[in-house]
Design a protein. Sequence first.
Length: 112
Amino acid sequence: MNYKSCFAVTVSAITLVTLSPEMALAQQSAEIGQIENFIRNIIQAVAGLSGLVATGFFIIGGYGYITSSGSPELLERSKRTLVYSSAGLAITTGAFALSNIVTNIANNSFGA
C-alpha cells in the first residue's frame, strides 16, 4: 500500500475544497442566513472530502486485494481497508443526511 499517494489525494482534495469559489459566496444580508449557509458549506465540504478519501482507500484496498497473491496477511489487511472505508463513507453519508433533516425541521419550526 502506498500511503503517500493517499496523502497526496487528501491534500489535493483539501486544496480543491478550500479554493472552491462556492465557499466564498455568502448572503449580503446580516441575517442568520449567513451562518446557516456557512455551516451548510462546511458540512458539504467535509462530506465531499470524506468521499474523496473513501474513494482513495477503496482504490488502495482493491489494489491490495488483487495483488495479495494469496498472502493471508495482505488479503486480510485489504479486506479491513475496504470494510473500514465503507463504514466511514456510510457514517459520513448518514451524518450528511441527518444534518439536512435537522436543518429542514428547524427551518419549518422556526419559520426561517
